[in-house]
Design a protein around this ligand. Structure first.
Ligand code: 5GP
Length: 189
């Protein structure tokens, strides 16, 4: 998606040669117009999949997910990284190692929001080692629902997540695929 790649080139900051900071449009300040274009692209790529729900993880996957849910007129669920006090015990959980925080969390979704006949599109902001997406897919499967695909805003293709998810049988659609970071530059596939 050219618009997204241009935005990454213009505003992205590379940290430690492995992390991309895109706080000005995705991870802190959010550009709603760009998020809508991202959502339109996900809808186009997953056309015909009869999606009934979007599933993401807090916090940075939510914006693109809500826009996608708005176009498709389907609910958007986000997994919690910590169990809120108001959430009961009737939950699905999956253990996810956080790439950016360097710690494991049990991500949590109330069981009432996923049913066996759901066709779920998983969306996330970044794909690195595939932990977050695999944890979300695991929860969908605990609910006996179907993962129709995984939509990623920015894939770091030099890390193993995309290959791992494809090898596990999931369809992964990433809107910007980064081949490498070199000399402070982002190089796309
Ligand atoms: P994974 O679970 O695929 O290893 O990592 C994906 C998760 O880690 C995403 O939900 C995202 O929050 C975070 N993440 C991974 N790499 C980056 C990065 O380069 N920049 C930012 N901002 N977040 C990242």
């Amino acid at each position: 998606m050219d618009l997204l790649k241009q935005r990454i080139q213009a505003d992205g900051l590379i940290l430690n040669n492995s992390l991309l900071k895109v706080d000005s449009f995705l991870n802190q300040q959010i550009d709603p117009e760009l998020m809508m274009k991202i959502a339109e692209e996900f809808v186009s790529r997953f056309q015909g999949e009869k999606i009934t729900k979007i599933l993401t993880i807090e916090a940075s996957g939510i914006a693109a997910s809500v826009m996608t849910g708005l176009i498709l007129r389907v609910p958007v669920i986000f997994a919690r990284k910590r169990k809120p006090k108001v959430t009961g015990d009737d939950v699905y959980t999956a253990n996810v190692y956080s790439y950016t925080k360097g710690e494991s969390n049990n991500i949590i979704i109330s069981r009432q929001f996923l049913q066996a006949d759901d066709r779920v599109l998983i969306i996330d902001d970044f794909l690195a080692n595939g932990e977050a997406a695999a944890g979300l897919a695991n929860i969908v499967e605990q609910a006996k629902a179907k993962v129709v695909g995984i939509g990623i805003v920015i894939e770091k293709s030099f890390q193993p997540g995309a290959q791992k998810l494809a090898a596990a049988g999931y369809r992964v659609e990433s809107l910007a695929r980064i081949k490498s970071f070199a000399n402070g530059q982002v190089n796309f596939l």
